[in-house]
Unconditional design. Structure first.
Length: 397
C-alpha cells in the first residue's frame, strides 16, 4: 500500500534541524547503523573470508542494483553497483565511443556537472584519436545532435539551477542522429520519476549518496540497455568483470550482461548501508513523491519572493522543467547560507552566487518550508549574514 508522505520516522534527523540538502547528501535512514554494525560483527567479524559466499557479498552489486532499478524504471539485472560516479561515466562513455568508431564528438551541455566534463576531457586525451568534447547551452542540446556526434552525455537535472531536460525528447533526438545516449541521473534518481526502459537510452549512471541516502562515499550505479549488455566492450576490464574470475585466466573474457561492467572488489560495507537505506522507499510512489516535491518547492519560491526580495530565482519557475531543488542568486549567498546553517537550516552554496535548497518529501513538509523562510528572511532583513564568522570560506561549500 502507498504510504502518506512525509515518512520522517524512517530517518535519524537531529531534533529541530530543517534539512534542505538531500540533493547533496541524504540523511541517515533508521536501521543503517545497526545493519552496518551487524555486518561488521556477525559477517566480517564472525565469518571473515567465508562472508563472500555465506553472506552473499559477491552478489551485492547486482542485488542492490535491482533495488535502485525499481526507482529508475530499469529492467531486472540491468544495473550494477560499485566504484564512483566518475568511474561509471568513463565506463559508459568509452563503451559508447567504441559503438560509434567513425564519429569523434562527445556532446554535452554547460549545465553538466564538471566532473563528467573532466572525465570526458581525460578520456579524449588518453585515447588521442581526435575526439572532441562539444559543449552547448542546455536549450541547444536537441538541435546540436548532428551526424558527427558519437555520444550525447547529458545530466538530466542541472546541479546548480535544477533545470531538467526532457529525457525522452533528448534521447529521441540523439538516436535519430545516430548517436549513443548516456544520461547522468545523479540529481534524478530518487528525486523525479525516471523510466529507463521506456526512454530507451543506451547507458545511464548515477550516485546513491544524494536522494537515495546511501551515505558519504556510497557506490555509484551503471545501467546498460539489455539488448547491448552482451556486446559492449569494457574499457576497464577488471577482475570481477571477467566471465570466470576464479578461473584466474591470463586473458580477459567479459562476463555476460551487466556483470561485465563490474571492475574491482565491491565496497561491501557501503553496499550493506545502501541496501538497508533503500527500505525507506517501501510503499513510496514516485508520482506522489514528485507531486509533493513540486508543492514544497512552489511554496518555497512563493514565500522567498514575497519575503526576501534581495534574492533572485535562478531555477525554472515552471515545476515541470525543474528537478527537486530550487536555487536563488544572492551576491552574499555564501555568507547567508552559513548563517542559515548556524541555525540548523541546512542548504548549500554553489559559486559564484547560488544558494541551493533541496526538497525531499520523504522528510520535508510544509511547516519546514515556512520555518526555513522565517530564518532566511530574518538573516537577510537584519543583515545577519554580514558577520565575520559567516564570511570565512570552508573547503566544502
Amino acid at each position: 500500500m502507498p504510504v502518506t508522505l512525509p515518512v520522517k520516522d524512517r530517518f535519524e534527523l537531529p531534533d529541530g534541524m530543517i534539512y534542505l540538502d538531500g540533493n547533496s547528501l541524504g540523511p541517515l535512514p533508521r536501521g543503517v547503523k545497526q545493519a552496518v554494525a551487524d555486518m561488521i560483527s556477525d559477517q566480517w567479524g564472525a565469518h571473515l573470508i567465508k562472508g563472500w559466499n555465506i553472506d552473499g557479498w559477491m552478489a551485492q552489486p547486482l542485488r542492490v542494483g535491482n533495488l535502485v532499478g525499481r526507482l529508475v524504471g530499469a529492467a531486472p539485472d540491468t544495473i550494477t553497483m560499485g566504484d564512483t560516479l566518475s568511474i561509471k561515466v568513463v565506463q559508459a562513455l568509452a563503451a559508447g565511443l567504441r559503438m560509434r568508431p567513425d564519429r569523434k564528438v562527445i556532446l554535452s551541455d554547460s549545465g553538466n556537472f564538471p566532473s563528467d566534463l573532466y572525465m570526458a576531457q581525460g578520456l579524449i586525451a588518453h585515447l588521442a584519436q581526435g575526439h572532441e568534447l562539444r559543449i552547448v547551452a542546455p536549450e541547444e542540446v536537441e538541435a546540436a545532435m548532428t551526424d558527427d556526434v558519437a555520444v550525447a552525455m547529458i545530466t538530466q537535472v542541472d546541479y546548480r539551477s535544477g533545470r531538467m531536460h526532457d529525457m525522452t525528447a533528448v534521447t529521441n533526438a540523439a538516436q535519430a542522429a545516430g548517436a549513443v545516449m548516456l544520461w547522468d541521473l545523479a540529481h534524478s534518481a530518487g528525486a523525479v520519476p525516471v523510466d529507463l526502459a521506456t526512454c530507451g537510452c543506451e547507458f545511464a549512471v548515477g550516485c546513491t549518496y544524494k536522494y537515495l541516502n546511501g551515505g558519504p562515499g556510497a557506490p555509484a550505479f551503471i545501467y546498460v540497455r539489455p539488448d547491448l549488455a552482451d556486446r559492449i566492450d569494457p574499457l576497464l576490464s577488471g577482475w570481477l568483470g571477467h566471465d570466470a574470475p576464479f578461473a584466474f585466466e591470463a586473458t580477459y573474457r567479459p562476463a555476460p550482461g551487466i556483470e561485465r561492467m563490474r571492475v574491482g572488489t565491491p565496497p561491501v560495507l557501503q553496499l550493506a548501508a545502501l541496501e538497508v537505506a533503500m527500505q525507506v522507499w517501501d510503499g513510496v510512489d514516485m508520482d506522489d513523491l514528485r507531486a509533493a516535491s513540486l508543492r514544497l518547492s512552489d511554496l518555497f519560491i512563493a514565500q522567498v519572493e514575497d519575503r526576501c526580495p534581495q534574492l533572485t530565482l535562478a531555477s525554472p519557475r515552471d515545476g515541470a522543467r525543474r528537478g527537486s531543488q530550487v536555487s536563488f542568486a544572492f551576491e552574499h549567498g555564501y555568507a547567508a547560507m552559513q548563517a542559515l546553517i548556524a541555525r540548523d537550516v541546512i542548504g548549500d552554496f554553489r559559486a559564484p552566487n547560488l544558494m541551493r535548497f533541496g526538497f525531499t518529501p520523504l522528510y520535508v513538509d510544509e511547516a519546514d518550508v515556512i520555518r526555513a523562510v522565517d530564518h532566511l528572511a530574518d538573516i537577510l532583513n537584519q543583515r545577519i549574514w554580514d558577520t565575520p564568522a559567516f564570511q570565512k570560506t570552508s573547503r566544502v561549500t
